[in-house]
Design a protein around this ligand. Structure first.
Ligand SMILES: [Zn+2]
Length: 283
């Protein structure tokens, strides 16, 4: 399983000289299984560059297919949707999986941002590719080729967000962005979903100090990410979804501080990294 980061930022894109190393695009991660199956997680602005790379392959000729998983529908997770090139090539096929109550509701949420007031294409049905919407129930399961994908609801301020666990090729990847745990950290149910993952991509919007000073927006600090990784016994932790105001130096400091925290907790075996645009990890 190969995992590539296309957007690692939370809330709003933040391009500029201070963010060139980790990148300024919002949330998007792709997974390529050994049989070639492609799974995309979230459609922030990073999905545009993923689209460009896929157009050079079968997707440019209308022969591509992929499954897109949406954690939730906040802007930084769907704004790239109308700018994903492979959607505009007839013959390509996509299944979009999200956590809304039913497929019609999921479709309405995505369709709203395509309305004429917001985007000239007006409807995803005008884009050309075949797109099927499929709502997944809490703790539900879907298949994408040989991959078994389970979804688990986490709290995200006043709303909920889905964490996804993808198991394939004998490996497990967990994506848990935009989670804001209750006091006491992740629940046993949540930890069971993260347990033993080869890679946990976890929200790390803030330093603990900044989180304490911000309005409770239902997001994680470095402490929350480290806590989840240690208690779930994961092998690798990728910090993700950084605050839009954090520079590359700020993210470097988060990673170094996370390394120290893991060592202090006797979790030297857990590898930690800061997710960065364009980086591919092999699991
Ligand atoms: Zn977000």
């Amino acid at each position: 399983m190969e995992v590539t980061f296309w957007g690692v930022r939370g809330s709003i894109p933040s391009p500029g000289p201070a963010t060139v190393r980790y990148g300024g695009n919002t949330s998007c991660v792709s997974v390529r299984l050994t049989d070639g199956e492609i799974i995309v997680i979230d459609c922030g602005t990073g999905v545009r560059n993923l689209g460009i790379s896929l157009l050079g392959k079968g997707f440019g000729k209308g022969k591509g297919s992929a499954t897109l998983l949406l954690s939730h529908a906040h802007w930084d997770h769907i704004q790239g949707f109308p700018f994903f090139g492979p959607f505009y090539v007839p013959g390509n096929r996509f299944t979009i999986v999200g956590g809304s109550r039913n497929s019609e509701f999921l479709e309405r949420v995505l369709e709203q941002q395509m309305a004429a007031q917001f985007h000239p294409v007006q409807s995803y049905r005008n884009m050309g590719a075949q797109i099927e919407m499929r709502a997944i129930s809490d703790d539900g399961e879907v298949r994408a080729g040989v991959a078994r994908i389970t979804a688990h609801p986490n709290q995200h301020g006043p709303t909920q967000v889905l964490a996804y666990r993808i198991e394939a090729d004998g490996k497990a990847l967990v994506y848990a962005s935009d989670v804001g745990y209750e006091k006491g950290g992740p629940s046993e149910e949540t930890l069971a979903v993260y347990r033993g993952a080869d890679l946990l991509i976890h929200d790390c919007t803030f330093t603990p100090e900044d989180k304490a000073q911000r309005m409770s927006r239902g997001l994680s600090s470095l402490d929350d990410a480290v806590e989840a990784a240690v208690r779930a016994g994961v092998k690798r932790l990728a910090l993700f979804h950084y605050d839009q105001d954090y520079s590359d130096h700020d993210v470097d400091a988060l990673v170094a501080r996370g390394r120290r925290q893991l060592d202090e907790r006797g979790a030297k075996d857990i590898e930690i990294l800061g997710a960065a645009e364009g980086v591919t990890l092999a699991l």
